[in-house]
Design a binder for this molecule. Structure first.
Ligand code: SAM
Length: 364
């Protein structure tokens, strides 16, 4: 991405023909090569004074601000890069790159990109219990950069008449979880995931209040009142012992009629070789030998051990608490929402998925 900045920069500079601008840019690039983002910003501010409509300056400035954690200002400059860019193809490329909407959908931050249909089912789960008296209290364990939070907030805004309080529990740092994507670990340790989360949380809707709680689920869950949440979503550490812990504790925190649910149930236990799953329960993300497809053995085993078979929608699992324990849910009369934040390619995939599926009542 930054290679592209350097390329576009030099061509735009010669078009401007300003030697001070050339020098300023060269200084910004020299700072960039030393990872000195403060220096980059300093020189780019001057570059923007000299040529306020130079899209490359705005783009470079956006990345520098992003790297320094000033997400809101970074987005403004990214939007200005798009605004001042003349080439329609470059505009399209820019829109695919970073903040094409106020929400941050940079690929590395966009959890759920591998299975966007799950986000539709998540919103439908809110629709299913929308008649619960307000405030609707939702607990998310494992929030990362807030992509699933945006799905919940959008569902709350569209389906709930009253207030929705969303509590997000995540250490947003070193957690000991061996996340399947090493970039995620780096992003968490550098604080970037938390900064992006805070940005996404700040975009919440009128009836939605978001409370981040920094810490592991084992530290934080015991601080909540039993029977106090309408929906609990488990997407933290995916190792067996952690998932089981999160299910056991969440089951106590859920109100009767509430939904407990989670991510990454690619296979239920009855669909796999049980011995293989048990032998690999501390692995994060591995190949299931019969199908050759990747799965999370810890999620498969913990979910099966606590509930047996669960309702499962393309890897999003869910159960409803009743006076007799937990029951499966059906979403075939519920409405699912396409998150407005999504890039076009996800919308295409969703359309294709739901053309062949009768698991959902309606998709809007
Ligand atoms: C898969 S990501 C969550 C993605 C997020 N739900 C989304 O869809 O956008 C997993 C997150 O769980 C967090 N995590 C790891 N161990 C945890 C624990 N013990 N308690 C709470 N969160 C944990 C990690 O910091 C990471 O942000």
């Amino acid at each position: 991405m930054l290679d592209q900045i350097s390329e576009t920069t030099s061509s735009d500079l010669s078009a401007d023909g300003s030697s001070e601008l050339d020098i300023t840019f060269a200084l910004a690039q020299a700072c960039f090569s030393k990872n000195d983002w403060e220096g980059v910003c300093h020189h780019l501010k001057r570059a923007l004074e000299l040529a306020p409509e130079n899209p490359s300056s705005h783009l470079f400035f956006a990345y520098a601000l992003f790297s320094l954690g000033d997400i809101s200002k970074s987005i403004r400059h990214f939007d200005l890069a798009i605004l001042h860019e003349k080439n329609p193809q470059s505009i399209e490329d820019l829109k695919l790159q970073l903040f094409s909407t106020p929400h941050i959908t940079l690929k590395g931050f966009f959890q759920g990109a591998h299975a966007p249909e799950r986000q539709i089912f998540m919103s439908a789960a809110v629709d299913l219990i929308k008649s619960h008296p307000a405030p609707f209290r939702l607990l998310e364990i494992g929030s990362y950069a807030g992509s699933s939070l945006l799905t919940w907030a959008n569902a709350a805004e569209n389906f709930l008449d009253g207030e929705c309080h969303i509590t997000c529990v995540d250490p947003w740092g070193e957690s000991g979880a061996d996340l399947y994507n090493s970039n995620m670990t780096k992003t968490l340790i550098s604080e970037r995931a938390y900064q992006v989360f805070c940005h996404n949380a700040s975009l919440n809707r009128e009836n939605v209040r978001v409370t981040p709680m920094r810490g592991t689920s084992s530290d934080i869950l015991p601080t909540f009142e039993p029977n106090s949440f309408n929906l609990i979503y488990i997407d933290g550490n995916h190792h067996y012992a952690d998932v089981l812990h999160d299910i056991v504790e969440s089951a106590k925190l859920l109100k009767s009629g509430g939904i407990i649910c989670g991510d990454d149930l690619e296979f239920q236990l009855f669909q796999c070789e049980q011995e293989f799953v048990e032998n690999n329960k501390t692995a994060d993300f591995i190949k299931e030998p019969k199908s050759g497809e990747l799965f999370h053995p810890g999620v498969t085993l913990a979910v099966a051990e606590y509930f047996g078979e669960v309702s499962n929608f393309a890897g999003f699992w869910a159960m409803q608490k009743s006076s007799n324990g937990f029951e499966k849910i059906s979403l075939n009369e519920a409405t699912g929402l396409r998150p407005p934040i999504w890039p076009r390619e996800f919308h295409k995939r969703i359309t294709a998925y739901f053309e062949d599926s009768d698991e959902l009542g309606r998709l809007i």
